[in-house]
Design a protein around this ligand. Structure first.
Ligand code: NAD
Length: 256
């Protein structure tokens, strides 16, 4: 159903972004992969998706912590019908010890990049008379946990940005929404396990059970395929009147 549409997914050489790229390609969309690196294996991911799903796929290196790179990504995509703002990083520390450089990087990559890419993409969407902006927020865009001040501020920010863009595009056939995943076992989550072990003085198994999945009533991680399927749904005609809202994929976290 997405044949002929181009989906640009920021931060998509790994984890949820790559999962979304695969589901978009499976649904027939051409895909533009992105991260800040420019390695053979990054370009190989695009070649593999093109081959597997019979779509056009390319990889564009661009650093989502830099405003110019965000805007350049949209131009280099050569048309952006579906924009998925997914690039994100995490840092876990109490606020008194939270490094300023980490705060700045998280706000830039997890929040400001979506402002820049959306600003660059909306004009083309209006001209072509169709568009979808899908922001990957988090359960932490709706609730908080200790030691993640920058991430939670950025994710609450992106929920607000999604609502604003939805209102500004409401009379065009363009929608803007945020997906709020609970925990998904990607490198981003793997990497925060050691710091969380330190903060709480727990072993790995206890962190997974009593910290990560404690808030997730299903006691299961969500999967990148499920996030991809949710993004494909938001891009479908069935979702044309869904705009300015959030969809939680969190095993019941935000119902608690
Ligand atoms: P990940 O680390 O596997 O993926 C993050 C992606 O962002 C990677 O492709 C990485 O290369 C890219 N990236 C990082 N810095 C970048 C930069 N400066 N420029 C361009 N790309 C950059 O992590 P993930 O779990 O797949 O996270 C993807 C998104 O999902 C993030 O926004 C994250 O906050 C969100 N999320 C993840 C979870 C989870 O449990 N994994 C839960 C809720 C929300």
């Amino acid at each position: 159903p997405l044949t002929g549409k181009t989906a640009v997914i920021t931060g998509s050489n790994s984890g949820i972004g790559l999962g979304i790229a695969r589901e978009m390609a499976k649904a027939g969309a051409n895909v533009v992969l992105n991260s800040f690196t420019d390695r053979d294996e990054d370009h190989a991911l695009a070649a593999e998706i093109a081959e597997n799903f019979g779509v056009e796929a390319k990889y564009v290196a661009a650093d989502m912590s830099k405003a110019d790179d965000c805007r350049r990504l949209v131009v280099a995509a050569g048309g952006c019908d579906i924009l998925i703002n997914n690039a994100g990083i995490q840092h876990v520390a109490p606020i008194e010890e939270f490094p300023t450089a980490k705060w700045d990087a998280i706000i830039a990559i997890n929040l400001s990049s979506a402002f820049h890419t959306t600003a660059a993409a909306v004009t083309g969407m209006r001209e072509r008379g169709w568009g979808r902006v899908i922001n990957i927020a988090s359960a932490h865009g709706l609730t908080a946990s200790p030691y993640k001040s920058a991430y939670i501020a950025a994710k609450h920010g992106i929920v607000g940005l999604s609502k604003t863009v939805a209102l500004e595009t409401a009379e065009d056939p363009i929608t803007c929404n945020a997906i709020c995943p609970g925990y998904v076992l990607t490198p981003l989550v793997e990497e925060q396990i050691p710091d969380t072990m330190k903060e709480y003085g727990m072993d790995r198994e206890t962190v997974v059970r009593d910290v990560l999945l404690k808030r997730q009533p299903s006691k299961e991680f969500a999967t990148v395929e499920q996030l991809g399927g949710t993004a494909v749904f938001l891009a479908s005609d069935a979702a044309a009147q869904i705009t300015g809202t959030t969809i939680s994929v969190d095993g019941g976290w935000t119902a608690l």
